[in-house]
Design a protein around this ligand. Structure first.
Ligand code: NAI
Length: 216
């Protein structure tokens, strides 16, 4: 039988991008003590069609049983495994400014297994300062820290002017993933996964929808 990992290679990106939302809803149901749910009930809750849910989950071999629905706990754990949340990810932050500090201070990432282990900044005035007990270190320590601590993800909260250069250093250190908040698209080797987060783009989409609403 194919493993979940092998199957997930062919899964459409659109399905993958919906999995975190399934995971979140199932986690809430689990916390409320719900043990099973039909695709119809899940569909009402999530405001997506039951057929979309069945199609999405069938990509991974189903998980549901006719007449029973889905076992909430099992599905939650299976989706967690597909998303790689069954292991701890070790993170470093680069750029200990306003945004970077807010991210490190947000406790929920840790609950999901994303652990900030190191913080780096090129401003000497910040070095030594602690954010949630993690000292800010100078950039000179970066390479050794990543190698010695088996870090897999770097969070970039630095200006776009230096993001490309820092991404280059990270790729040489063996980082496998970059969560990029800098306002630029990074060119990195293909073995490094980059996830861009642009809050302003999300706001622009909202602005567009408000504009469209006003025309109705
Ligand atoms: P900030 O100025 O408070 O913090 C930036 C930090 O990066 C500073 O501590 C600075 O010393 C450090 N830094 C600059 N160049 C560096 C380098 N080469 N190596 C190491 N550290 C370096 O800025 P803020 O508000 O925290 O924003 C950070 C970046 O994130 C900005 O470029 C901003 O445009 C972007 N941003 C992106 C958002 C998004 O949704 N993607 C939302 C908000 C900000």
């Amino acid at each position: 039988m194919e493993s979940i990992k092998e199957l997930s290679k062919e899964i459409p990106q659109a399905v993958i991008s919906r999995l975190p939302r399934y995971f979140r809803y199932l986690g809430e149901l689990k916390d409320e003590g719900v043990t099973r749910i039909s695709s119809k009930e899940l569909s009402n809750l999530m405001h997506v069609t039951a057929s979309q849910i069945r199609q999405d989950l069938n990509q991974f071999g189903g998980f549901g049983q006719q007449g029973y629905g889905y076992n909430v706990e099992y599905l939650y754990h299976e989706i967690g495994k597909i998303l790689g949340l069954d292991k701890t990810h070790k993170l470093i932050l680069i750029g200990a400014g306003n945004l970077g500090q807010a991210l490190v201070n947000y406790m929920n990432f840790q609950r999901r297994g994303f652990l900030f282990c190191g913080i780096f900044d090129n401003n000497p005035a910040l070095c030594g300062k602690k954010i949630r007990d993690i000292p800010v270190q100078p950039m000179e320590n970066l390479e050794r820290f990543v190698k010695e601590n088996d870090i897999d993800i770097a969070v970039l909260t630095i200006p776009k002017t230096s993001a490309e250069e820092v991404a280059g250093i990270l790729s040489e250190c063996g980082i496998r993933g970059i969560w990029n908040f800098a306002h630029c698209d990074l060119s990195v080797p293909s073995h490094i996964q980059v996830e861009n987060v642009h809050l302003s783009e999300s706001l622009m989409k909202l602005s567009f929808r408000l504009k469209s609403d006003a025309r109705i």
